[in-house]
Design a protein around this ligand. Structure first.
Ligand SMILES: NC(=O)c1ccc[n+]([C@@H]2O[C@H](COP(=O)([O-])OP(=O)(O)OC[C@H]3O[C@@H](n4cnc5c(N)ncnc54)[C@H](OP(=O)(O)O)[C@@H]3O)[C@@H](O)[C@H]2O)c1
Length: 367
């Protein structure tokens, strides 16, 4: 099996899961590095954050590293022989940023397409599991959102990232019909059930900010679809290895059964900190009104660039305001376990974030 993106949040958790299940020796990793030794070092550094035991890390070999960048296709032809022997791919690599990053389209669309096109020539490939994002459905969908291959025009998407993730799915499906493609679209991935934010504080800082400011653009009675990275990884591994699947497109999400309201999250967050919830003091504000909060940023969340904080809050509120739950019945029907609720492990996220300021944690999403 070939795993891409294993130096990142989700790919690291997938690697940890596969290694714990005894698949370590059979794995190949696509890593951005000049040479395999450096690639292995980068991989090990990330897997340490996911608490993979040192004995397992030591047993990973340089020969398991394919050095390559999706911005460049030259390495793919040099590695063609090894790529043609792969039976499953879990493709977690992407520029996962809401910012205007010039690499988004070249990596998420052009590079990913070139990679999939080469693998499409393999007679051994059984499954190309591509990790998309549930948010690529665009705005104005009815919630709970069901899996669909219909996408809005790129201009309607909230950010370039979701537009790129929609476009690569469309291109692979239309232009590579013989690719054994399965797309898994996670909803919002926050923390880990046992490790909290140790491997990544991605998105958790938004909740911390909302409670610290006692204001955000969502109402306390509104729900949000959040899953932990280890659940997402478990589901991806199951989708990659299951001999047959009923569909080629799946949400990996909390869905109706496990989504929480902001009010429930407020209570669980406050319990974990031994404080009273924000509750009655909470104010639902409009995206435009977020600017009025800037004066209290420093006293409430710590020293930070107010323009950056405001931009971040606006970007993330755009998604939170969609108020989407993503239907996960297809995944459950495959026999994959139901997801936990965010409130079941918020305390672990709180404990693991204790020594990290909110602005510092925000850097996970603005690297
Ligand atoms: N986190 C979420 O909430 C969430 C939700 C839904 C879907 N997803 C999807 O999950 C996937 C992984 O996201 P993540 O949160 O784990 O992101 P991440 O932590 O930023 O990891 C991204 C991974 O992609 C690799 N990568 C980036 N550019 C590359 C390139 N040019 N060539 C090769 N590899 C490259 C990175 O390698 P380097 O270490 O070398 O940079 C890293 O390993 C993405 O497809 C994303 O769309 C994430």
């Amino acid at each position: 099996m070939l795993l891409t993106g294993a130096t990142g949040f989700l790919g690291g958790s997938v690697a940890a899961h596969l290694i714990a299940d005894g698949h370590g020796p059979a794995l190949l990793f696509l890593v951005r590095a000049e040479f395999p030794e450096q690639g292995l070092e980068r991989l090990r550094d990330n897997l340490r954050l996911h608490c993979v035991p040192e004995t397992e890390l030591k047993s990973l070999q340089e020969s398991q590293i394919l050095c390559g960048d999706l911005l460049d296709t030259v390495w793919m032809y040099g590695e063609r022989a090894r790529l043609m022997r792969v039976e499953q791919v879990i493709n977690c690599a992407a520029v996962a940023s809401f910012s205007k990053n010039p690499s988004i389209w070249p990596v998420n669309v052009e590079g990913t397409f070139a990679f999939a096109k080469l693998l499409c020539q393999s007679r051994n490939l059984k499954r190309f599991l591509h990790v998309g994002t549930a948010m690529c459905c665009g705005p104005q969908r009815e919630s709970p959102v069901r899996e669909s291959w219909d996408f809005p025009d790129s201009e309607e998407q909230l950010v370039d990232y979701t537009a790129s993730k929609a476009e690569i799915e469309r291109r692979m499906r239309e232009e590579l019909p013989s690719l054994p493609l399965v797309v898994a679209r996670p909803s919002i991935v926050v923390g880990h059930r046992e490790l909290g934010c140790r491997a990544s504080g991605s998105i958790f800082w938004v909740f911390r900010m909302g409670f610290a400011l006692e204001s955000f653009t969502c109402g306390l009675d509104e729900q949000i679809d959040v899953i932990p990275v280890d659940y997402c990884a478990e589901a991806l591994v199951a989708l990659a290895l299951k001999p047959t699947l009923n569909h080629s497109l799946y949400h990996i999400s909390a869905g109706h059964g496990s989504a929480c309201t902001f009010g429930e999250i407020d209570q669980a967050y406050a319990d974990a900190r031994g404080e009273a919830p924000v509750g009655q003091r909470y104010r639902k504000v409009s995206s435009d009104d977020l600017r009025e909060l800037a004066g209290s940023f420093e006293s409430r969340i710590g020293k930070a660039n107010p323009r950056l904080v405001l931009r971040a809050l606006r970007l993330y509120s755009g998604f939170a305001d969609l108020n989407y739950l993503f239907d996960n019945q297809r995944l459950l029907d495959e026999g994959i376990a139901a997801p936990p609720r965010f409130t079941d492990y918020v305390d672990v996220c709180v404990q693991s974030s204790r020594d990290v300021s909110i602005p510092a944690q925000m850097q996970w999403d603005f690297k």
